[in-house]
Write a protein that binds this ligand. Sequence first.
Ligand SMILES: NC(=O)c1ccc[n+]([C@@H]2O[C@H](COP(=O)([O-])OP(=O)(O)OC[C@H]3O[C@@H](n4cnc5c(N)ncnc54)[C@H](O)[C@@H]3O)[C@@H](O)[C@H]2O)c1
Length: 261
Amino acid sequence: MTKSGRLSGRTALITGATGGIGAATARLFAAEGAGVVICDLSVADCQDLADDIGGSVLAAAMNVTSEQDWEETFARAINLFGRIDVVMNCAGLFDGSTIEETTLETFDRLCDVNLKGVFLGCKFAIQHMKHRDAELAAASIINVSSTAGFVGTPRSGIYTMTKGGVRLFSKSVAIEVAELGYNIRCNSLHPGGTETGMFDETLRHRGITPEAFRDMAKTRNPLGRLAQPIEIAHGALFLASDESSFMTGSELALDGGYAAR
Ligand SMILES: NC(=O)c1ccc[n+]([C@@H]2O[C@H](COP(=O)([O-])OP(=O)(O)OC[C@H]3O[C@@H](n4cnc5c(N)ncnc54)[C@H](O)[C@@H]3O)[C@@H](O)[C@H]2O)c1
């Protein structure tokens, strides 16, 4: 029996789904009645999360930079669920180097995951979703950017470059699919500092303690704290559901007011 909820009858594919924000979103979407395709690099981590959530969940190891992985994952997901209603491109990498320190290898790694991964996610989503029944509410593509997609940030210039790219690419996708008459919406989601594994990475790069980082966050956004992953997941739920039915090509900032300064 289908669970009733804000996403009942829907299927959502989430990349980076075993990370902090991705896992919180996968759990929330499932609790709201969605079938969820949990995609991340480690098959064991995907399976652990799928077992923990239970119900209509598919664990799919995939690298977002691989076209073949996208093809195989979409085929498996459609075989199981019949249709994908939501694609959330959440996989991402951070690097905290100065521009002088940044190597070409780091540049390529970040562009591969943060840009190529989002491009492929949108491409495969559109290829599938363009055949969507006109009677159904629009499919939703959610591209995870960052506050770094709005404003310049020191010691993470390449990350900022990629997240700015995600923001404008999402607008291009939204306009293009609307003009083509496809029943698809696309928006970008912009978390501020959130307590996840990516946060640990930030600390490692900057050589500071978690306590010092939290203190810094207090002065960086008006709410004076970091976000919990579930607070970002709630924004993703809004974008995935019909509650955002008139929203496309837009940005949802969940940043404690950071970009308002
Ligand atoms: N945590 C924050 O403060 C913050 C702030 C703004 C934006 N974001 C964005 O939110 C998204 C999720 O980040 P998070 O904070 O949950 O970080 P996280 O490190 O906990 O999760 C990221 C996930 O992406 C996966 N991933 C990395 N490379 C991949 C690849 N090639 N293929 C498939 N999966 C891959 C990782 O395995 C990991 O599970 C990212 O796009 C990140 O840039 C995070």
